[in-house]
Design a protein around this ligand. Structure first.
Ligand SMILES: [Zn+2]
Length: 108
């Protein structure tokens, strides 16, 4: 039956294929705790197209953390390392309007 083979391929997506589409990269946040909000948010911009991220999830621990930044245009995520001062800044004074969500690292 024509099309049967295509359907079977669609119903069994390859895990490697999915991961390949979301190839992540790593970076280190470079803002200081006292920097302007624009600089803070710029740390989470997409490395490929430099657009603002669609979503930033910050996994905060006591002394450091990581931010997972997702670009809705490139469909890539960037993992950005954060130090304690940067976590504190994002907790106390997150950039206004930025899609940044802080969660305890244990919750991830
Ligand atoms: Zn992008």
């Amino acid at each position: 039956m024509p099309g049967a083979e295509l359907r079977s391929v669609r119903s069994h997506p390859s895990p490697d294929g999915i991961r390949g589409m979301n190839l992540g990269s790593h970076d280190v946040a470079r803002f200081e705790a006292t920097d302007e909000p624009e600089l803070v948010e710029a740390s989470f911009c997409c490395q490929l197209c430099l657009r603002r991220p669609a979503l930033v999830i910050v996994g905060a621990r006591t002394h450091d953390g990581h931010a997972w930044c997702y670009c809705a245009v490139c469909h890539v995520h960037t993992e950005v390392a954060l130090n304690a001062d940067q976590i504190l800044r994002l907790t106390l004074a997150p950039p206004r309007g930025a899609p940044i969500h802080l969660v305890p690292a244990e919750a991830l």
